[in-house]
Design a binder for this molecule. Structure first.
Ligand code: NCD
Length: 368
């Protein structure tokens, strides 16, 4: 491999690379046996500092189905983190033991920080309320398989848009395809963060509207992406109790939707989708979860450069969205990894229009 690639942000791969990745996932689904030994002898380490079922298991199953092995922890208290080891040291150590690392962390930007010290590819499996790029690969793959395209779609995103990292990554990813439009459906307190909306406003990449109820938004969307209210990210649990039931999908509301709409959900669900909806042909969330494993198989092969002749020796292009790095200030997001581990170098991305954002957590430091 010429250069270590990481997947930290949903836009780290170009649209063309994503299509290649999805095509490889198609091939794996068609003939999974063919890939049983693709990663023989390779080791994946899963560093999960936060609870997970689907993401960790699907990564582990993906690696095992490619012939590789897995080690790691799902409870940081059983690792040296409990002794105070920091992210750079942890990743330096596991870089010597494994070939690829998957990290989930409650602090925004932690996988990015790890990638800067890593000698092996690092995959962000969710960092706090920030991003969840591999869930987005799963989402895009499912949308692509249902509609045959990722452009000219109207996407309703419903629930906890403030803390729901899957929604942030989905918007960033879908905004890169032409003609997409978003309807953000959430209670006032859980609206899509300004940095995501500002990004859409600035780039003009996709139009969006906001509303408060499913009834207002469901009518003409092609996709309704439901999410759980993220209880664990609330500092005030009374506020959680007040708004936890504000967006619930049931069959009465499904009657207002298009016949060919699909309902997605990254899962786990709490109570935001009634069980009766599961039997509707438009409910695609379980299929979506299964797709996640195949997409992750494709991703692992790609990052380990074990794609056989699929890429035909093509060198992958480097993400070109970064214009320059400046070190002027400290990130002021209290949830950013740089606040928790102050030894980390500050890194900022300055875009052409003068806006400056933290390279770890995406917080805006200076408006353009
Ligand atoms: C999501 C997550 O962890 O952000 N779960 C997942 O990975 N499928 C969504 C959630 O926890 O609500």
């Amino acid at each position: 491999m010429l250069q270590i690639r990481h997947l930290i942000e949903p836009t780290d791969f170009s649209v063309k690379e994503l299509e290649d990745l999805f095509e490889l996932a198609d091939l794996i689904i068609d003939d999974p046996k063919k890939y049983l030994h693709q990663c023989d002898g390779k080791i994946m380490v899963t560093l999960f500092y936060e609870p997970s079922t689907r993401t960790r298991f699907s990564f582990e199953a993906a690696m095992m189905r490619l012939g590789g092995s897995v080690l790691g922890f799902s409870d940081p208290n059983s690792s040296s983190t409990a002794k105070g080891e920091n992210i750079p040291d942890t990743i330096r150590i596991v870089s010597g033991y494994a070939d690829i690392a998957v990290m989930r962390h409650p602090v925004e930007g932690a996988p990015k920080a790890a990638s800067l010290f890593s000698r092996i590819p690092v995959i962000n499996a969710g960092d706090g309320g920030h991003q969840h790029p591999t869930q987005t690969l799963t989402d895009l793959y499912t949308i692509r398989s249902k509609f045959g395209r990722l452009h000219d779609l109207k996407v309703g995103i419903c629930g906890d848009l403030k803390y729901g990292r899957t929604t942030h990554s989905l918007v960033k990813a879908m905004a890169r395809y032409p003609g997409n439009e978003f309807v953000f459906i959430s209670p006032e307190e859980l609206r899509m963060p300004a940095y995501i909306c500002d990004d859409l406003d600035r780039s003009g990449a996709a139009k969006y509207t906001e509303c408060r109820t499913i009834e207002e938004g469901i009518g003409d969307v092609d996709i309704l992406y439901m999410t759980r209210i993220q209880r664990e990210r609330f500092s005030d649990l009374d506020e959680y109790d007040r708004i936890k039931d504000s967006c619930i999908l049931n069959m009465d509301k499904m009657k207002l939707a298009k016949e060919d709409m699909i309902v997605l959900h990254p899962l786990p669900r709490v109570n935001e989708i009634h069980y009766e909806v599961d039997n509707d042909k438009r409910a695609c969330y379980f299929e979506q979860a299964e797709n996640g494993m195949y997409v992750r198989m494709s991703l692992i092969m790609l990052l380990l450069d074990e794609t056989g002749d699929f890429y035909n020796g093509r060198v992958l292009s480097v993400n070109d969205s970064v214009m320059s790095f400046l070190e002027l200030d400290r990130c002021r997001n209290p949830k950013c990894i740089t606040q928790i581990e102050p030894s980390l170098r500050q890194r900022f991305i300055t875009y052409g229009d003068g806006i400056k954002v933290c390279d770890y957590c995406g917080a805006v430091l200076q408006k353009g």
